[in-house]
Design a protein around this ligand. Sequence first.
Ligand SMILES: Nc1nc2c(c(=O)[nH]1)N[C@H]1C(S)=C(S)[C@@H](COP(=O)(O)OP(=O)(O)OC[C@H]3O[C@@H](n4cnc5c(=O)[nH]c(N)nc54)[C@H](O)[C@@H]3O)O[C@H]1N2
Ligand SMILES: Nc1nc2c(c(=O)[nH]1)N[C@H]1C(S)=C(S)[C@@H](COP(=O)(O)OP(=O)(O)OC[C@H]3O[C@@H](n4cnc5c(=O)[nH]c(N)nc54)[C@H](O)[C@@H]3O)O[C@H]1N2
Ligand SMILES: [Mo]
Length: 701
Amino acid sequence: MTDLTENPGLSLNAVVRGACPHDCPDTCSLLTTVQAGVATRVQGNPDHPQTGGVLCNKVSRYTERSYHPERLLQPLRRAGPRGSGQFEPVSWDEALRDIAARLSAIAARDPQAIVPYSYAGTMGLVQAEGMAARFFNRLGASLLDRSICSAAGGEGLTQTLGGKVGMRVEFFAESKLILIWGSNSIASNLHFWRYAQQAKRNGARLICIDPRRSETAEKCHEHIALLPGTDGALALALMHELIAHDWLDHDYIAQHTLGWQALRARALQWTPERAAAICGVPVEQIKTLARDYGQSMGQRQRQPAAIRLNYGMQRVRGGGNASRAIACLPALIGAWRHRAGGLLLSSSGAFPVDKAALQRPDLLAGRKPRTINMITIGNDLLAPASAVFGPKIEALIVYNSNPVAVAPESGKVVQGFARKDLFTVVLEHFQTDTADYADYILPATTQLEHWDVHGAYGHTDVLLNRPAIAPQGQARPNSQIFRDLAAHMGFNDACFLDNDETLCRKAFAGKVDFNALLDKGFATLSLPEAPYANGNFPTLSGKCEFFSARLAAQGLDGLPEHVPNYETAGSSALYPLAMISPPARNFLNSTFVNVKSLRSMEGEPVLEMHSADADARGVKTGDVVRVFNQRGDYVVRAEVSTRARPGVVNSLGVWWRKFGLAGTNVNQLTSQHLTDLGRGPVFYDCLVEVSLATAPATQAA
Ligand SMILES: Nc1nc2c(c(=O)[nH]1)N[C@H]1C(S)=C(S)[C@@H](COP(=O)(O)OP(=O)(O)OC[C@H]3O[C@@H](n4cnc5c(=O)[nH]c(N)nc54)[C@H](O)[C@@H]3O)O[C@H]1N2
Ligand SMILES: Nc1nc2c(c(=O)[nH]1)N[C@H]1C(S)=C(S)[C@@H](COP(=O)(O)OP(=O)(O)OC[C@H]3O[C@@H](n4cnc5c(=O)[nH]c(N)nc54)[C@H](O)[C@@H]3O)O[C@H]1N2
Ligand SMILES: [Mo]
């Protein structure tokens, strides 16, 4: 067995196979060209079918990010007021020693006062979940509910289909009707869009369901621009029409579903007229969509209808129920019978990841630490100790995340991070908005510099990432930093000696051929082509559960229902506009905002407004506007645009605050409320008002 971590064979001239680490459904296979020890080019691997030799704008500029002049290359210690961004260099040993001493002192009182905060800066199983989880389990730190992205839809899907499972993405190429529901695929799921294009060339009809006229919406045959948070109503009205016109697969329903009579009664309450009023779309559009969908699987046509459900529709109060309602649709028409029919939200449930081997929950040794929801970090950092909450948060260890920019209600998040009595360590590539508040910043390696292994959430291949170049400066992999911290804390369990190769091998516990990964860089899971053609859903009943006994047992509605937003469009005279803040095409959440070539493509933070809403406020394109609600103010440049529908403004995220106008970003306005299911975020359930800004605003260079 070669020792991959020591990596003696790091060639000075080579083409190295890797994996894109970013939080994106596509998880591409990368080829990095190295010349004289320097990575000169990152390309998509043409041998990997899902990547097809194509990369997005962002990752094709990966070398610009890795060799960025502002890359953090040595440990830093705070040398000015908290949040001022002033730091001084410090040696690794001094930093680790001091951090270990501070954490040990807190842990002696109550280790739950220490909170890890991480998300998906890298999705690699080693650099995201392996050594870090072992460290925090051994410490007995608070657990983190990593809920900020996909929790509502994940729970909705699990309660309906039994897990984060669905169609295989490649078969969308054979579909005849594709509903792209709550997704701007061209921006955020480019490699799915390639399959949708293939289908379109073969005569498929593409329908986009999205409040915003996105890049994707304008390339589909039809765009249904509903109000944010009304997808549940739309799905129930579609069911109403399927029932009223008997566009149903009675045999599939009888054999492979649970709760049909109850769902039928519920759906019959949802006439298209009722839904149209809630969704803010013409009733004819709902009826036509139902006909297209309902007749797709008719006896003679057998033209499979497929739904690419995504995250946009979940980030509202009723996101869980809406996902459940939509997940019921394919079973009603028997779309699952065909490999190109059904639905895909996330494929992550297909991967046999051995979490216990990686994360070692046994190191908790019977302790049951509290769980902090990452969405409410603003409130939680400001919460005093109490019997319900537990100890006040005294230390935060942040890695793979930029909460000061991405978490909701930034005003509170900033106030929390600025607390004088909080000890904060940030593992990062760059001095982000969050790193500005650190006591210590520890420099981490990028994907070009470390080993990792990846599953995916938009396809079903496992990928291996080999380092292409040596770590830059004094940067260390996250795994190494937690190994080092463990040593300084005196944790001498053998598992802290596992190197990255061992972690890569343990991740799939022998269920994926590691030699194939070493040879080719990727391995495809062996899965059935049409997994639910004969039922066999991974639910307890083995059926698609229209009615969920588990939800009912929790006192919740066992059937999917339309759950209105916390902040319903049109419900407030003070804040009459609904605001959504979906991803920008050239950023990846807040990653890449500091890469100049990409930032110049995005220009500056923009608020798209419909002309009727702009005219009513005397706003023209290019005006600096103040967007505000009860949670704060956000300053941004207005763009009067046909991408916005009346009553809804769009501000693409997630800018670093320090690159925004007046040092703000859109999360100044979003709320810390949670979704109906899964305790997820409600970024797109947010009412605001807009007015011309009076004070001049500046953007950092
Ligand atoms: N370029 C790029 N790619 C990304 C990301 C990025 O930041 N940039 N982020 C990555 C991450 S973390 C994720 S989770 C995925 C997200 O993946 P997707 O969910 O596919 O991504 P989005 O492009 O955000 O699409 C969301 C769409 O939903 C729409 N939307 C907003 N509210 C509603 C609603 O109530 N109902 C409906 N039907 N639609 C609504 C938005 O207008 C937007 O066009 O993308 C990943 N890929
Ligand atoms: N308003 C609004 N807010 C949103 C969203 C939205 O649509 N609208 N989207 C939400 C969603 S879907 C998500 S997933 C979250 C994303 O939130 P985060 O997961 O916090 O994503 P990023 O902002 O990309 O920050 C990731 C950070 O990890 C760092 N990083 C990358 N690789 C490594 C590594 O190997 N080691 C270390 N130590 N650091 C690394 C990067 O430099 C980057 O600063 O944001 C959420 N916030
Ligand atoms: Mo996400």
